[in-house]
Design a protein around this ligand. Sequence first.
Ligand code: SF4
Ligand code: SF4
Length: 82
Amino acid sequence: ALLITDDCINCDVCEPECPNEAIYMGPEIYEIDPNKCTECVGHYDEPQCQQVCPVSCIPFNPAWRETKEQLMAKYQTLQAAA
Ligand code: SF4
Ligand code: SF4
């Protein structure tokens, strides 16, 4: 999963780009629900939020390192629940 750092300027650009609706407005800045973020696996080749963020504040979350297989399994679980 990815993570939004406190460099976020709340520009609102990333939220509509997320195919999993994992990005939401938190108490102060935008946040990512790691249970919904597949790093865009299943939808796109690259994390879409990273591509559009003007201040490059969306790194990989060091506490949520996942393999491509785990991310694909998460994608399939999310699709089944949708
Ligand atoms: Fe959403 Fe993809 Fe960004 Fe994860 S990497 S928050 S799935 S846009
Ligand atoms: Fe914050 Fe970047 Fe998303 Fe803009 S695109 S709301 S700066 S994380």
